[in-house]
Design a protein around this ligand. Structure first.
Ligand code: B1M
Length: 216
């Protein structure tokens, strides 16, 4: 393989440019070269998406550019998923995860799901724009953890709406609720009555395990 750093750089640029075929090819090249999943994500793909966000904020990128970049990243992530999956292992617990109502950002949520699955959780992915009732319905079937993601300051309040709906349904004590997403903070998580906060996808795993008393 060409110089490791150069391939990571090229992958960063492929995400930035929304070049899906290149993103896939370079991700595969890194996998074949023995790069760790975390390196591929945190040293190339995620910084690439962060730069996309910065350019959008500055008015240099628009929604279509964000979309093609997101698709490029997703294509690469698909190749990483099988590397994280464990087979023939009894799941630690059932988790339901989704992006809250009004919000269609799913890359961070998908990453958290990938990491949770890789760590041995059974994860039901509820997708995006998930209303409280859907979280409740899915969690009623034996879930120990509910995970919510939000990327917009305007949709963050729907995390509290969902938590309140669990309380109203008499189910709040049966599940641990963890929250994450770029604008979400530890303070916000405490304020809305969540049980845990994950600053990144790996933390979703450590927080979930800690809440269930499973060794990290
Ligand atoms: Co949107 N968008 N977007 N967007 N978008 C942001 C979020 C924004 C910050 C861009 C900006 O202005 N800089 C901005 C929000 C501003 C705000 O709220 N104050 C914004 C906006 C404004 C919008 C629209 C309103 C634009 C418009 O239409 N005018 C619109 C809203 C649509 C809606 O949801 N209703 C919109 C649309 C879109 C696209 C559809 C085009 C696309 C999403 C495609 C998709 O997800 N399938 C998109 C994208 C790609 C982005 C940016 C560029 C990238 C988001 C991303 O995927 N990041 C984003 C800018 C940015 O974040 N820098 C932006 C990478 C991802 C790995 O990070 O999701 O934070 P993140 O996940 C992290 C952690 O947060 C954590 O783990 C992950 C890995 O470490 N995590 C968890 C996430 N969930 C977790 C759950 C956990 C634990 C950890 O436990 C349960």
């Amino acid at each position: 393989m060409a110089d490791f750093e150069a391939v990571l750089d090229a992958l960063y640029n492929a995400v930035l440019d929304g070049n899906a075929p290149a993103a896939k090819k370079l991700t595969q090249e890194l996998i074949d070269g023995g790069a760790a999943v975390e390196t591929i994500l945190y040293d190339a793909m995620i910084p690439g998406m962060n730069e996309v966000g910065r350019l959008f904020e500055q008015g240099e990128y628009f929604v279509p550019e964000m979309l093609v970049s997101a698709n490029a990243m997703k294509g690469g992530m698909e190749l990483l998923q099988p590397l994280l999956e464990l087979s023939d292992v009894k799941p630690i617990a059932k988790v339901v995860m989704g992006t809250v109502r009004g919000d269609v950002h799913d890359i961070g949520k998908n990453l958290a799901i990938m990491m949770m699955k890789g760590a041995g959780f059974q994860v039901i992915d509820l997708g995006v724009n998930v209303p409280p009732e859907k979280f409740i319905e899915a969690a009623s079937d034996g879930a120990a953890i509910v995970g919510m993601s939000a990327l917009l300051t305007t949709t963050m309040p729907n995390m509290k709406v969902t938590i309140d709906a669990f309380t109203a349904a008499g189910l709040r004590d049966r599940v641990k609720i963890i929250v994450g997403g770029a604008p979400v903070t530890e303070e916000f998580a405490i304020e809305i009555g969540a049980d845990g906060y994950g600053a990144n996808a790996n933390q979703a795993v450590t927080v979930a395990k800690t809440l269930l008393g499973v060794p990290v």
